[in-house]
Ligand binder design. Sequence first.
Ligand SMILES: [Zn+2]
Length: 417
Amino acid sequence: MQNLMIDGDRLWQTIMETAALGATADGGVRRLTLGAEDKQVRDWFRDECEAVGCTVEVDEVGNMFARRPGRSADALPIAIGSHLDTQPTGGKFDGILGVLAGLEVFRTLHAAGYETEMPLMLVNWTNEEGARFAPAMLGSGVHAGVFDKAFADSRTDADGVSFAEAIEDIGYRGTTPIGQIRFAAMFELHIEQGPVLERENADIGIVTGVQAMRWYDLAIRGREAHAGSTPMDMRCDALADAASIILETQTAARSLGAMATTGQLSIISPSRNVIPGHVTLSLDLRHESDEELDRLEAAVSHLIAKLCGERAHLEVVWNSPAVHFDPRCIQAVRDGAAKSHAATREIVSGAGHDSVYVSGVAPTAMIFVPCKDGLSHNPAESTEEDQCSIGAQVLLETIIAYQSSMVSGDQTFQRQS
Ligand SMILES: [Zn+2]
């Protein structure tokens, strides 16, 4: 088989070309879902895919699917997917790198006249970020049946514009029915959005899954009283309780290899010389294992009950179980990275991605590349040119490896109908 090499310079130039669509003065990118810049990048994406022989379909929530034919015309395609939208303070790499690395794979195959056995498909998922329309991962969630189309349409942005109005406005309400397109597998390349690969000098993260995440609201009642005339041993200070709970939760999380974060904290009706009588705060708990997260939750509930009894109320507001990616897909990433001589590390994603939902309907795995200082959702988000190219090469080799595992195994291709 010929040695296919992606063109790192071409990939880098393409990254810079798309970074101009929604570029901000501080070097970042602001390309909000279904806005004018999103339309620009979508039009660009469609043209570039057609230029390498793909046909592009759009589904009813704007997910874009570029199909590259294979020798087995009716086999399900192997997909590569990520997203083109950004946060308001986004960078040049989050999401779009996965789509552009896929485009570079397609360009490389096209230039070599290389025909894969199975068809390939490059996907742009609508509204991964959830920045304009909550929740995040909306397009992939609708595709996977987690949300329905009516739910997506009903989402509104801060100005009261609905998803339905916005998608009609930019002309990206497609006609392909939701979920009609199915994949043999999907691979998503993404920046790590954390500091681990950089710290360990790894080029590639072989992502084996996504950790379980739970969000809670905690309300603590104390008793408002005078800061000067209430002795220390006669107080019921809701903020002091909150402080103990935050620190003890973090200690419990460390001992279980979990993560605990409080990013929101409010004193209701605060005053400098009043003992806080009502405090609310958020808790974000994460672990690779649902069982360990259950243990942490039990420990936190116990410590809250011990400290505050009936004065505290803990409520789960979001629960996302751990995701374990498909073993055959993970092996294809390992094989693809080995073929590319990349330094690797196996890693569990700390952030949510479109792959979380897609993994419910197709075998899925992810490939991470490092990002400088672990920074993302920030104009300074940065990944080296070499790291982008190694990522794209690994993506290419992964697709080839996955296809070989399907062809050489006792698997018969899944047909489209
Ligand atoms: Zn992303």
